[in-house]
Design a protein around this ligand. Structure first.
Ligand code: SF4
Length: 199
């Protein structure tokens, strides 16, 4: 099973296929492979030891970043994420990023942002929409409408502990007014807005 895979200069870690959203655009809905990797559907969730062992196959001098991403929401496995990230950080001294739906504190029923201090360099949160209603329609979160407010709050919570905190949106999925609203939301939360272009 594919525990890690390469995208560009990064090594991506696939901790879980579980997610609290069911986004209409999720790559999990679009066939088995992604980014040229083998199937990212896991037979079972990898242990800390299996994740660390998987890194042994790489010449780490060739890579610039380690990214917890998935085919699922990595903060669902917060303990495994942090335990592996801590060891990887010490061993390879590479920046570590988490790509997340921002629901980690809701999922873990506590503010998890302080746990990222000195371990995680970037938290990239998919904002996706300019308001809670549109987000709910697009992402079908199990938490309903409160998911959107919670992910904005999560961005705010991460700011004191993580160097780069980003909200990400895709330009082509939003109107200009919605992009402006997202800019305001990000500014108010003290988070950078990353506007991705569909290629
Ligand atoms: S949050 Fe990410 S993994 Fe979860 S359903 Fe949406 S796109 Fe897929």
């Amino acid at each position: 099973m594919t525990i890690t895979y390469i995208v560009g200069n990064g090594i991506y870690v696939n901790l879980t296929n579980r997610c609290t959203n069911r986004c209409s655009f999720c790559i999990r809905n679009n066939g088995d492979g992604a980014y040229g990797s083998d199937s990212l559907w896991l037979e079972r969730e990898p242990t800390v030891e299996e994740v660390l062992a998987d890194f042994e196959k790489y010449d780490m001098s060739k890579y610039d970043e380690i990214v917890y991403c998935g085919y699922g929401e990595p903060t669902i496995r917060i303990d495994t994420l942090l335990e592996t990230a801590k060891v990887l950080k010490e061993k390879y001294k590479k920046p570590i990023r988490i790509n997340t739906n921002g629901q980690g504190s809701l999922i873990n029923k506590r503010n998890i942002a302080p746990l990222f201090k000195h371990i995680i360099d970037t938290v990239s949160i998919s904002l996706n929409a300019a308001d809670a209603e549109s987000y709910e329609k697009m992402c079908l979160p199990v938490y309903g409408k409160k998911a959107y407010e919670a992910l904005i709050e999560f961005g705010r919570e991460c700011v004191p502990y993580v160097k780069n905190v980003l909200f990400s949106v895709v330009r082509q999925t939003l109107s200009e007014d919605e992009i402006s609203a997202c800019e305001q939301i990000a500014k108010k939360a003290g988070v950078k807005l990353r506007i991705r272009e569909l290629v």
